[in-house]
Design a protein around this ligand. Structure first.
Ligand SMILES: Nc1ncnc2c1ncn2[C@@H]1O[C@H](COP(=O)(O)OP(=O)(O)OP(=O)(O)O)[C@@H](O)[C@H]1O
Ligand SMILES: [Mg+2]
Length: 367
């Protein structure tokens, strides 16, 4: 049974339609991520599920219970939906200690003092904050305040947690650490998590399954991180999941030519019908080498337009007949194989992994 089920959910503000006929099912015990660009309607969707806002049409069910039904007049208030929520700004109460912040929902729910103390301390320990119970938020780092917000949402052991970009205010190192911790806590408690982010790396690490949304709030693909990364449903998903190269081709006498030049693409072409095709690949899927004595031989030749040393990696911008593509390779590998190029030098490229997209559809799905 799905822990969250949205059926035909529609929400507009004035003439601005954020969600149209949206359907989504999140399974019990899974960590499900909504990934999409800023403004696509992720927070609105969480607010609709939590009950802070009402859809214009459709139904929302949590744990098999209908909590909102536009047609049937059902609208269960947020505090009776059994959720833990951490919103984007994760506001913890500044005048309360860590203990008081975490205990607050239990106090409101009328827990007896002994049980309340036991559960509060247990939850503080769960988020690795033991020993800091008497601190005020002003005496905590951003990451620690974040843990308090998480503990507060977990204190009553909800069966469902809604987390809205809870790591966005943290620096890169803390963000990396916290995403593993959230995943660990989720596993320990077996709580269903609906996690919202525009950061694809966070989504890949944390999700059992994820939905990729486009700028207009439409869900483009649902799947495991590996499925979405390896088999993107369309060019939007491919582009949104990491740095993407798009190499346009044109058809000429049964051959596909790269960019605006005359070099034939030396790999199997796309299947299906389209007026024009674009090859798509990640910078790390390009194999770069010194130019071959005989051109062709499974490679395209290009010219290095920019060579950047990024420490562990070398980042090259390569011109292939007018199309600019980015390639990265490990610096130590580049050094040991004589692949440190200078700007203006010629090179040859081939690809480990290639996706084909209809060039016409690609324009429509532009990010
Ligand atoms: N109360 C409101 N009144 C009018 N428009 C709103 C309201 N809340 C949200 N919107 C609009 O709905 C759209 C979706 O907003 P939402 O906050 O869900 O985006 P988001 O995907 O969470 O973006 P971000 O990643 O930046 O947080 C935006 O265009 C926003 O301006
Ligand atoms: Mg948001």
């Amino acid at each position: 049974m799905a822990d969250i089920r949205l059926e035909g959910v529609t929400k507009a503000y004035g003439s601005h339609r954020v969600h149209s006929d949206l359907n989504l099912a999140v399974n019990q015990g899974e960590c499900f991520t909504l990934l999409g660009p800023s403004g696509c309607g992720k927070t609105v969707m969480l607010r609709l599920i939590a009950g802070f806002e009402a859809p214009d049409a459709g139904r929302v069910a949590i744990g098999g219970t209908v909590v909102y039904d536009a047609g049937g007049g059902v609208n269960i208030p947020p505090d009776r939906r059994g959720l833990g929520v951490v919103f984007q700004d994760y506001a913890v109460w500044p005048h309360m200690t860590v203990f008081q912040n975490v205990a607050y929902p239990l106090k409101i729910a009328g827990w007896n003092p002994e049980e309340l103390k036991r559960r509060t301390l247990e939850t503080i320990a769960l988020v690795n904050m033991k020993g800091l119970e008497n601190r005020l938020p002003s005496e905590l780092s951003g990451g620690q305040q974040q843990r308090v917000a998480l503990a507060r949402a977990l204190a009553a052991r909800p069966s469902l947690m809604l987390l809205d970009e809870p790591l966005s205010n943290l620096d890169a190192n803390l963000r990396e650490e916290m995403r593993f911790e959230i995943k660990e806590i989720q596993g320990k408690l077996g709580v269903t998590v609906l996690y919202v982010t525009h950061d694809q790396e966070v989504a890949l690490v944390i999700s059992d399954r994820m939905a990729v949304m486009d700028g207009r709030g439409r869900i483009r693909q649902i799947g495991s991180p590996a499925e979405i990364y390896e088999n993107p449903a369309d060019a939007f998903v491919f582009g949104f999941m990491g740095v993407a190269n798009f190499l346009p081709t044109r058809s000429d006498g049964g051959k596909l030519l790269a960019g605006g030049g005359a070099q034939p693409i030396p790999w199997p072409g796309p299947e299906g019908k389209a007026e024009a095709w674009t090859a798509a690949f990640r910078p790390s899927d390009i194999v770069i080498s010194r130019p071959k004595p005989l051109p062709g031989a499974g490679c395209l030749s290009g010219v290095i337009r920019r060579a950047s040393f990024l420490g562990a990696m070398m980042d090259y911008l390569i011109d292939v007949d007018g199309a600019k593509i980015r390639a990265v390779l490990e610096t130590h590998e580049a050094m040991s194989r004589g692949l440190i190029f200078k700007e203006g030098e010629s090179c040859a490229v081939t690809f480990l992994n290639l996706h084909w997209f209809d060039s016409g559809a690609l324009k429509e799905t532009a990010i």
